[in-house]
Design a protein. Structure first.
Length: 465
């Protein structure tokens, strides 16, 4: 098991900044505004030759358990319970506050190995606050500056006393899958089941994304509540579904760009868009009571542009009165409103009671397989010959466009290339006709298809005067 270190403390002491430094990436949102972090986020930390799991947590605040701050504190308590050691952080510039003393007693009761970090320790004010930290009775404080990287050597020494030898960097496991050699008559796939399938759950605020993921995981892993916009960071959670390893990304609700005015919401939206770009399958979660708003279509169009496979989940299905008729209408609407992703699976679900979750995962695996699929050149061209005979491309300036053959050089998403003459004059409507034919014939539901062309050079062009 990997050693797990939870960074805890009151809001705005620099926990997320230290988290980002240890993992070597700007994964956690950071802002001067207190209370930016709400969920707990995990990452693989590297400090010199030490490798361990670090957990960023929400700032500890007093509040009723049912309130947002109370639910955030419960998430932090869960992180502490699942950690092997605790890094309790204070702001050395501010010095020790009453809240620091209150929450220091809380982490002391956890009875786990503990490191006291005095962050922002640079300068005279930082030195004074570091001395005050002794009053907490949590041992010698380690002065650091998470923003500038000062004190990382002292943190390394402190961690050496806590981390077991098993934290040495692990040797990469060699992929033992036999390479699949494709001949011209053999279909293939670029699917690699040894790697976690990355799934981003996106949608408008309050669509129920975090609730749905919690139900899939079978635990209250993510912060939820009736308030819109509870989620800010894009949190990735790995888990097993049957024999397949998945990584689900919960994202902040995406509103219209014109409605986003606060800096923090802009950062959260950018984080959500980044999750879409790095995902393999995107689940667009709609609210069954108000499906297919303009923002939903904008998000779906983003998935198409980024080349991600798409599944549409219709949440809060328990509120629908006529489910059979409503589902048929939603599927018709999806094909009409998203012609570039025709056939996208539309799955009714309920994040509260778990209805429809197996069908949702089945749809995800189906579009993933299609997204990775490669069709042999022989099959593609036998199909193309029939299409050209039935509906040949139109003539341009009195000369007919000649398509010689087609091939699929890549998947993820599937990309097809046409070869022939005068293909630069091929109408967009005919390209769309070919894409729809490929999608229907070779079963590419919910997958964006790319079509490009290579035209032969005209040998007589240079001789013209």
């Amino acid at each position: 098991m990997t050693f797990r270190l939870a960074i805890v403390g009151r809001p705005n002491v620099g926990k997320s900044t230290l988290f980002n430094r240890l993992v070597g990436k700007k994964l956690a949102l950071v802002d001067d505004q207190p209370g930016v972090t709400r969920d707990r986020r995990e990452g693989e930390a590297h400090l010199a030759d030490l490798v361990f799991t670090v957990i960023d947590t929400a700032g500890l605040e007093a509040g009723d358990p049912a309130s947002l701050s109370g639910r955030m504190r419960a998430q932090t308590a869960a992180a502490i319970a699942g950690a092997d050691a605790i890094a309790f952080m204070i702001d050395a510039r501010t010095g020790v506050t009453a809240d620091d003393k209150h929450f220091a007693a809380l982490v002391r009761r956890a009875d786990k190995p503990l490191i006291l970090l005095a962050n922002k320790a640079e300068g005279r004010a930082g030195a004074t606050g570091t001395i005050e930290a002794y009053d907490l009775g949590l041992g010698d404080p380690v002065p650091v500056s998470a923003e500038h990287g000062d004190g990382m050597g002292d943190l390394f020494e402190a961690l050496l006393e806590l981390l077991p030898k098993a934290t040495a960097p692990a040797v990469a496991v060699q992929d033992v899958r036999a390479a699949l050699e494709l001949d011209d008559e053999q279909d293939g796939s670029e699917l690699d089941i040894t790697k976690p399938l990355r799934i981003a759950v996106v949608g408008r605020p309050n669509a129920g994304k975090s609730t749905l993921i919690n139900k899939i995981l079978g635990e209250d892993r993510l912060l939820v509540g009736p308030e819109a916009g509870v989620t800010r960071d894009s949190i990735g959670v790995e888990f097993m579904w049957g024999t397949r390893q998945l990584k689900l990304f919960d994202t902040a609700g995406l509103r219209k760009k014109a409605q986003i005015t606060e800096k923090l919401e802009k950062l959260a939206a950018s984080d959500a868009l980044r999750a879409v770009k790095f995902a393999e399958v995107v689940v667009l979660l709609l609210d069954a009571t108000i499906p297919f708003e303009k923002q939903d279509l904008t998000i779906a169009d983003l998935c198409q542009r980024e080349g991600r496979a798409l599944v549409i989940g219709v949440n809060k299905w328990d509120l629908v009165t006529d489910p059979g008729t409503r589902l048929a209408r939603l599927r018709e609407d999806a094909d009409r409103l998203l012609p570039q992703l025709r056939g996208t699976p539309v799955v009714p679900v309920c994040g509260l009671n778990g209805v429809g979750l197996p069908k949702l995962l089945d749809a995800i695996f189906k579009v993933e397989a299609a997204w990775n699929k490669r069709i042999s050149t022989g099959r593609v061209n036998r199909w193309l010959a029939g299409i050209l005979e039935q509906t040949p491309p139109p003539a341009v300036s009195g000369r007919r466009i000649k398509i010689r053959y087609m091939t699929q050089p890549k998947a993820r998403p599937p990309q097809f290339v046409l070869f022939g003459n005068q293909l630069d004059a091929l109408p967009t409507s005919y390209e769309r006709y070919l894409i729809n034919g490929l999608r229907a014939t070779f079963d590419f539901p919910g997958v964006p298809l790319r079509l490009s062309w290579r035209t032969s050079a005209n040998p007589y062009k240079a001789k013209r005067s």
